[in-house]
Ligand binder design. Sequence first.
Ligand code: NAG
Ligand code: NAG
Ligand code: NAG
Ligand code: NAG
Ligand code: NAG
Length: 486
Amino acid sequence: MCGYLKIICVFLLMLSLLGDNYGTKGEPQVPCYFIFGDSLVDNGNNNVIRSLARADYLPYGIDFPDGPTGRFSNGKTTVDVIAELLGFDDYIPPYATARGREILRGVNFASAAAGIREETGQQLTLYNYGARKFVLIGVGQIGCSPNALAQNSPDGRTCAQNINVANQLFNNKLRELVDNLNRNTPNAKLIYINAYGIFQDLIDNPFAFAELIGFNSSIPPHATASGSEILRGVNYGSGVAGIRDETGYRWGDRISMDMQLLNHQVTILRINSILSNFTATTSLLNKCLYTVDMGNNDYLNNYLDSKFYPSSRTFTPDMFATILVQQFEGQLRRLHSYGARKVAVSNIGLLGCLPEETRTYGRNASGCVDFINNYVQLFNQKLKVSIDNLNTNLPNARFIISNQTSISTGGPPIVFDSPCCIISNTTAKGQCSNNGQTPCSNRNQYVFFDNFHPTEAANRATATRSYTALLPTDSYPTDIRGLVQT
Ligand SMILES: *[C@@H]1O[C@H](CO)[C@@H](O)[C@H](O)[C@H]1NC(C)=O
Ligand SMILES: *[C@@H]1O[C@H](CO)[C@@H](O)[C@H](O)[C@H]1NC(C)=O
Ligand SMILES: *[C@@H]1O[C@H](CO)[C@@H](O)[C@H](O)[C@H]1NC(C)=O
Ligand SMILES: *[C@@H]1O[C@H](CO)[C@@H](O)[C@H](O)[C@H]1NC(C)=O
Ligand SMILES: *[C@@H]1O[C@H](CO)[C@@H](O)[C@H](O)[C@H]1NC(C)=O
């Protein structure tokens, strides 16, 4: 039963073990925690997309209770540890598996996509969704309509035919699908949505839609978490993802920051359909913690990879940092418009000190590749200005920076110049080789597990200092503890 997607089984198992006891350990400091980011926080989202940037094989997860999960580390990531420090008694589920029945109603996303179109011109608020409530509910029922169930469901109850719908999307039959639904569905609202031009979005970009609803013919219909799980938060992180959509394309699919925000809109719709009360939904979203770690790949898998990406020929380092921070600021504004109030943003760490970069470029006297760290510093300086802007201009906004530059200094005396695992020459560059290797045994003494990603020990140190600053420069203007406790 657990053959294909181990993570899902692990997750379902966790749910069943938690059973009725869930929540009896005392409430966490925030009711919910939403995670946006790249491979530093991905906990399985890339397992279900076509990407070379995946970590669903040993030695990744070697110190995780159930082995590989998709986390790019030997064990926990920073956000796992932050969730612990916040008082959550298990991990925030990956978006890819945190799907209740609602998410099977893939067409719900269509409304979210409409929101995105509008968003370019005006702020989309949760209340805008309210105006479409009938539409959403109507569309939601299509996927599980008696007609559809009779035709496609394996047991007459499960909305399994949505998988088939997704397949059709993959097969670029979106237009036929829409026509077919319009012909055969008594619910005329769908046609109405189409008239809104939403389906035009999907037809223009069927691939994005398919990726968003996350279906893939191999995913069994039972691969869904209990609906209310999402009330505690979701992890959207995706390896190789960036602020810019094209970032990381060389390695296959990835869920960019824009896509993660779309996924979050879907989650909000689902939360609202669970709570059935816009005031309650907004109030919940206002209380959650949000962490965002983005930008690393816009350098590593974009600006610094001139063979595949033109950005370094188009922009000076300073211009690139400027456009990147501008785009990121827009994304953070959008997150705020979706109800986020407590947001901890990680700036970019010292990428010039990654084993992959020192191996490629050689070391300067600092022990790292100075020019890369200088690029990153441009980004970080502009990000600080941007965060000040957001806090000044957005109502009730509390954005903080978890300062990776500061946090990475003065750690325990451990190996920071070489990775723990044997690096692959065949899978995505800089990752552990998938050859049944035994990685280093003293993993607590290494900063890097592979050529890019920290060990659990390093992640724990980073999370702990992000939560409670050790130095005044570790976070700005306050730390995560200050953010959630006041
Ligand atoms: C679904 O995912 C699996 C594993 O990633 C892959 O082997 C398969 O080809 C995918 N199917 C489709 C239709 O994309
Ligand atoms: C909706 O939620 C708000 C805030 O939690 C609550 O005060 C209100 O009574 C709820 N409305 C309904 C109709 O349940
Ligand atoms: C860093 O190293 C590179 C390559 O060895 C060299 O070209 C550059 O001048 C060095 N920079 C500094 C500041 O030492
Ligand atoms: C981050 O830390 C570095 C190094 O300690 C410091 O120079 C910089 O000003 C800090 N940035 C912020 C936003 O606090
Ligand atoms: C990758 O190539 C290097 C240099 O050719 C070699 O030393 C290393 O053993 C190779 N790694 C693997 C996992 O085969």
